[in-house]
Design a protein around this ligand. Structure first.
Ligand SMILES: Cc1cc2nc3c(=O)[nH]c(=O)nc-3n(C[C@H](O)[C@H](O)[C@H](O)COP(=O)(O)O)c2cc1C
Length: 159
C-alpha cells in the first residue's frame, strides 16, 4: 500500500496528528507526508478567519498534484471559520487522479463549530473528482498531545 498524508497546520496541532497518522500507516506500507505552506498568509486571526470564511484559496508552493500513484490519500486541516484553511482549499482544487481512491479526511478543531461542515466541504470537492471511499476523524485541539487518544481515533476508522 502506498499512502500520502498531506496537511496544513498553522499552530502545529494538525501537524502532530498528521505525524501520528503517518507513523501508523508505515506499519501497512510506504508513506509520504507533505505539509502545505501558504505563501500569502496573514498572522492575524481575523484576516485568517475571514479569508477562510470566504473560501479563499491561498498561494501554495508548487507540489505534486497528481495523486494517481497512491492507494490511500489522507488530507488534514484545522477548521477555520467552519471550513478548511485556504491552503487546503487550493490543494483540493488542484489535485487530480482520484478516481476510485480511498480517502481519509481529518481535522483538528477548537469549539467544534463547523467541523462537519468543513469535512463535508472537502468530501464534496473530492467526490466530484471521483474519490469513492471516505473515512473521517477529528481531534479536538486539547487532545492532540495525547497520542494514544489520537491513535484510537485512527484505528477506529482504519482497522
Ligand atoms: C483563523 C481561525 C479560525 C478558526 N475557526 C474555527 C472554527 O470555525 N471552529 C473550530 O472548532 N475551531 C476553529 N479554530 C480553532 C482551530 O481549528 C484549532 O485551534 C486547530 O487545532 C488549529 O490547528 P493547527 O494548530 O494545525 O493550525 C480556528 C482557529 C483559527 C486560527
Amino acid at each position: 500500500m502506498r499512502a500520502l498524508v498531506i496537511y496544513y497546520s498553522y499552530s502545529g496541532n494538525t501537524r502532530k496528528v498528521s505525524k501520528i497518522l503517518a507513523e501508523y500507516l508505515k506499519q501497512k506500507g510506504e508513506v509520504e507526508i507533505t505539509e502545505l505552506k501558504a505563501q500569502d498568509e496573514s498572522d492575524k486571526f481575523f484576516t485568517q478567519a475571514l479569508r477562510a470564511f470566504k473560501k479563499e484559496r491561498a498561494e501554495i508552493l508548487p507540489l505534486n498534484f497528481d495523486l494517481s500513484q497512491y492507494d490511500l490519500l489522507c488530507l488534514g486541516t484545522p477548521v477555520w471559520a467552519f471550513g478548511p484553511a485556504p491552503a487546503m482549499n487550493t490543494f483540493l482544487d488542484k489535485c487530480f487522479g482520484l478516481a476510485g481512491k480511498q480517502i481519509v479526511l481529518f481535522t483538528t478543531y477548537g469549539s467544534g463549530a463547523g467541523n462537519n461542515r468543513c469535512l463535508n466541504y472537502m468530501q464534496k470537492i473530492l467526490a466530484r473528482k471521483g474519490a469513492k471511499d471516505f473515512r473521517r476523524f477529528s481531534i479536538q485541539q486539547f487532545k492532540v498531545n495525547n497520542p494514544e487518544f489520537v491513535l484510537s481515533q485512527i484505528r477506529e476508522i482504519l482497522s
